[in-house]
Design a protein around this ligand. Structure first.
Ligand SMILES: [Zn+2]
Length: 240
């Protein structure tokens, strides 16, 4: 992804044909969360700069629920994944250390984004998103591309012994030592295991290689580093 500047804000941006992937950064102050005072203003800024009609979001609860968004979708219902076919309508998630995951099918012109912390990874929300692609939009699994966004990576994401054991007893992650770097959980490895179990092609799995905790070159909000602050990065995808 390349770093782009729009007025005083910086975004990571990638365009694949008419599919656009965007991640806001913290290079300059730009925390985005529905409970922050400047939320409406920040969302309007994004709509204007990326020429969007709508931005769909949900009230994130670390669930495995994925919502289909038609043009009249009403924001704010509980869930952690969104999927749409509507042009110029972005689907987005707020994260700070959790993983934003982009999924799209260029052939069927469908885009999705998922919020997945360790809970979403454990519940394999990404599997549910793929099921929606296949069942609702008739996607061929081999056409689905995935980009795993900036999050607290295996360099920094230390977890406790209990949680480590929980993962080591998980149906799909069981006895897979690659999911740990010492006591640090490797969420990319877990997500890859879930994706491959659904038949996603390995060459269609991409990583946007930035750690929200320790990245210097591009800065992000980190829940752990920024003392549990409400500031979030906003990761969104749209078709134009
Ligand atoms: Zn790190």
């Amino acid at each position: 992804m390349k770093l782009i500047q729009l007025e005083d804000k910086y975004f990571l941006y990638k365009k694949i044909k008419n599919i656009n992937l965007v991640v806001s950064t913290a290079n300059t102050e730009f925390g985005i969360h529905p409970k922050l005072e400047n939320y409406d203003q920040n969302i309007e800024f994004i709509k204007k700069k990326f020429d969007l009609l709508k931005i769909f979001t949900v009230s994130q609860t670390h669930s495995n629920i994925v919502h289909t968004c038609d043009y009249d979708f009403v924001n704010g219902i509980e869930g952690d994944g969104l999927i749409t076919k509507e042009k110029k309508c972005a689907v987005g998630v707020f994260t700070a250390d959790c993983v934003p995951i982009f999924l799209f099918d260029i052939n069927k012109q469908v885009v999705s984004v998922v919020h997945s912390g360790w809970k979403g990874i454990y519940k394999e929300i990404v599997v549910n998103a793929i099921d929606v692609f296949i069942e609702k939009y008739n996607s061929n699994v081999s056409d689905i591309c995935v980009y795993i966004g900036p999050h607290n990576m295996n360099c920094c994401y230390e977890i406790g012994e209990d949680l480590k054991n929980k993962f080591l007893n998980h149906e799909h992650f069981k006895n897979n030592l690659r999911i740990f770097n010492g006591n640090n959980l490797d969420m990319i490895e877990c997500i890859k295991i879930s994706l491959l179990s659904k038949g996603i092609l390995e060459q269609n799995i991409n990583v946007i290689n930035y750690c929200t905790y320790c990245s210097e070159e591009v800065k992000f909000y980190s829940y752990r580093k920024n003392n549990l602050s409400l500031n979030r990065i906003f990761s969104f995808i749209f078709i134009n």
